[in-house]
Design a protein around this ligand. Structure first.
Ligand SMILES: Nc1ncnc2c1ncn2[C@@H]1O[C@H](COP(=O)(O)OP(=O)(O)O)[C@@H](O)[C@H]1O
Ligand SMILES: [Mg+2]
Length: 312
């Protein structure tokens, strides 16, 4: 197969922990040809969706880990699969890229995750489709509503709807100190909609990343445990990842969502579960493949490429 990866710049990859790298390595092992391009390499031109792609050769070296072939301008439909692995920010440029990928799909390209499904699934807001699994949650830009929510719960998390890696996450406790400034800052004085949640105390045991691949549940989660008094478990915010078997509740949540998201064209989904609550449904470019493999021997990348091969 010819597989094209839409990614951030390869030069920024940390290959010892990057899930896209693990996918590339597994694909090459199976004899597939891999290519890479970035959003700015795409164009709609004379009705077709093109990308300036380069074939990627993996060297096995940990530093100079890839070699790039010559740039070729190809129609995305010429690939057997296009993998969307670009990280957020989920801004208008990201959305434009999903529109181009939609068009490419209509022209015969196979794109994973399905671009329209990525667009429809805000990673934070889509938990609202599964209210049986969520902690009390408010989405608004109205200060009065946020203050009323705080009066009820007295220990809350405030977060932007378009963040990742723990960026812009605040906890406000009983004394309410800084609530006004955090509301102003995150809502940009009422112009920006945010999410406010009841604080889930089980975060001290980790924010569990549960992967759903091709409608199946990966049996190990990566609990990302906040360090040094941090509230954020994200690895990007210094959290430590500990792989563990799914709990009964984790399984209940994962098995409920798995067939639903798969049916929507989401081949790879990363749920975030804190304690008994679903807090995020990550669809843009879920990670944690390597940490789970290293600690449990469960080969997530192989599982993913199996699902990809079955899907096309
Ligand atoms: N309701 C909550 N209760 C406790 N901690 C939370 C809550 N929501 C988020 N957090 C903390 O913030 C981190 C990031 O939150 P998340 O909603 O997953 O956003 P991001 O997109 O930045 O990963 C989590 O790993 C967790 O440590
Ligand atoms: Mg998260």
């Amino acid at each position: 197969m010819k597989i094209a990866f839409l990614t951030d710049p390869l030069s920024q990859f940390k290959i010892y922990k990057d899930s896209t790298y693990a996918m590339m390595l597994e694909s090459v092992k199976r004899g597939h040809q891999i290519y890479a391009f970035e959003p700015q390499d795409m164009a709609l031109d004379q009705g077709a969706v093109w990308a300036k792609v380069s074939e990627i050769m993996l060297t096995g070296d940990t530093h100079a880990w890839y070699q790039m072939g010559a740039v070729q301008n190809l129609r995305l439909q010429e690939f057997d699969a296009v993998l969307q692995r670009k990280d957020p920010p989920f801004d208008m440029e990201y959305i434009y890229a999903t529109y181009l990928l939609d068009l490419a799909e209509q022209q015969g390209a196979r794109v994973f995750n399905k671009p329209s499904a990525i667009r429809d699934h805000n990673e934070k807001l889509s938990i609202a489709q599964f209210p049986q699994f969520t902690t009390p949650t408010l989405v608004t830009r109205d200060e009065a509503r946020i203050r009323a929510f705080f009066q009820i719960h007295r220990d809350i998390i405030l977060k932007p709807l378009d963040g990742m890696g723990g960026a812009g996450i605040f906890r406000i406790r009983e004394d309410g100190m800084n609530l006004g400034a955090v509301i102003e800052g995150l809502t940009l004085n009422g112009q920006h909609t945010i999410m406010v949640q009841k604080y889930i105390p089980e975060i001290v045991h980790g924010d569990k990343r549960i992967l759903l691949i091709g409608g199946k549940v990966v049996p190990f989660a990566l609990a990302r445990i906040p360090q040094n008094g941090e509230v954020r478990g994200n690895l990007a915010a210094g959290g430590v990842g500990v792989a563990q078997r799914l709990s009964a509740r984790d399984l209940e949540i994962a098995e409920t969502l798995a067939p639903i998201v798969a049916q929507r064209g989401l081949l790879l989904v990363g749920l975030d579960v804190i304690g008994n609550c679903l807090t995020e449904v990550n669809v843009t470019s879920p990670t944690c493949f390597q940490e789970i493999f290293q600690q449990t021997g469960f080969d997530v990348a192989a599982c993913f490429v199996d699902a990809l091969e079955a899907a096309i």
